[in-house]
Design a protein around this ligand. Structure first.
Ligand code: NAD
Length: 299
């Protein structure tokens, strides 16, 4: 069992840290919100008054923060890269831009330390159930192998995508594809409905045909077709549209940084940007179905 510092106990971090406690690890936790720390100590974690205090004696430091600026601030501005034990492996599971992940990994290497980027897929439900997928970027495969057993206490699938930042690139690619398949599935269901088809029947047909995809299988965006899908509870998330927009921004940054053309990714970014600007940011990302339905023909 390992000694772990866990920083950032929000929607994702809290259930992930709880799974480490359940797995028998010695977990010290810190969040800027004291109530979040208290909720974890009630489950058996140790409370810390600062990130630095949580890291004292830690073999692994795990962070789960909102965005790149928070992660950079924690490790560089607040000096956690310096104050973490020399032998500790630092694992950032937040979804951030690949450039920041690479910068932090390089800064860690300069100080003789190791940092792994390990963003996740699976959402809050996957975090609670311990079924997350981790996609990792590490300067050294041996460091990845040391981190893997710990990540398997919070997830089911742990991949080494490549060197520093590769985990973040994999996450951006996956979520860009997810947004495109959500929009495409919405578009097909809307086209069928506007031509007199029952969306339930059309969904069954496409599920047994070459249009089959994850959205149709478990996340149908048309209300009333799938009892457990956000579409059937007024698009309560789930995965908020504003988080999908954030991930598409990261994908667009990766595209422009590598001079890669992503025509459908760019279109998905524009549609989600308009959707979020129109006040749908807190609704589940499958609510893009309603935006597609309300698009008017110009012809
Ligand atoms: P959240 O806003 O619920 O939680 C972030 C937590 O970090 C908050 O509790 C906040 O107080 C804390 N925090 C911020 N700065 C801190 C600091 N300097 N020190 C200590 N604590 C600090 O966000 P979330 O939904 O848990 O998402 C976290 C990350 O996971 C994001 O990068 C998000 O894109 C990614 N993600 C989220 C989901 C999802 O469905 N929510 C799914 C996959 C990935």
């Amino acid at each position: 069992m390992a000694t772990v510092a866990f920083i950032g106990l929000g929607n994702m971090g809290a259930p992930m840290a709880a799974n480490l406690v359940r797995g028998g690890h010695d977990v010290s936790v810190f969040d800027l919100v004291p109530e979040a720390v208290n909720a974890l100590t009630a489950l058996g974690a140790k409370a810390s008054g600062s990130a630095e205090q949580a890291c004292s004696g830690a073999e692994f430091v795990i962070s789960m923060l909102p965005a790149g600026k928070h992660v950079e601030s924690l490790y560089l501005d607040q000096g956690l890269l310096d104050s973490a034990p020399a032998s500790a492996i630092l694992v950032d599971t937040s979804t951030i831009d690949a450039d920041t992940a690479r910068k932090l990994s390089a800064a860690a290497v300069e100080k003789g330390k190791s940092m792994v980027d390990a963003p996740v897929s699976g959402g809050v439900a996957g975090a609670a159930a311990g079924t997350l997928s981790f996609m990792c970027g590490a300067a050294n495969p041996e460091v990845f192998e040391k981190v893997k057993p710990l990540l398997l206490d919070m997830g089911e699938n742990v991949f080494l995508a490549g060197g520093p930042g590769a985990g973040q690139v994999a996450k951006a690619c996956n979520n860009m594809l997810l947004s495109i398949s959500m929009i495409g599935t919405s578009e097909a269901l809307n086209l069928g409905a506007k031509n007199g088809l029952d969306p339930a029947v059309l969904s069954d047909i496409m599920l047994a045909s070459s249009g089959k995809n994850w959205v149709l299988e478990v996340y149908n965006p048309c209300p009333g077709l799938m009892a457990n899908a956000p579409a059937s509870r007024d698009y309560e998330p789930g995965f908020m549209s504003e988080l999908m927009l954030k991930d598409l921004e990261l994908a667009m940054a990766a595209a422009s940084g590598s001079e890669t053309v992503t025509p459908l990714g760019g279109l998905a970014y524009s549609l989600y940007n308009r959707h979020v600007s129109g006040g749908m940011g807190k609704k589940d990302f499958s609510s893009i179905f309603q935006a597609i339905e309300s698009l008017q023909s110009e012809g």
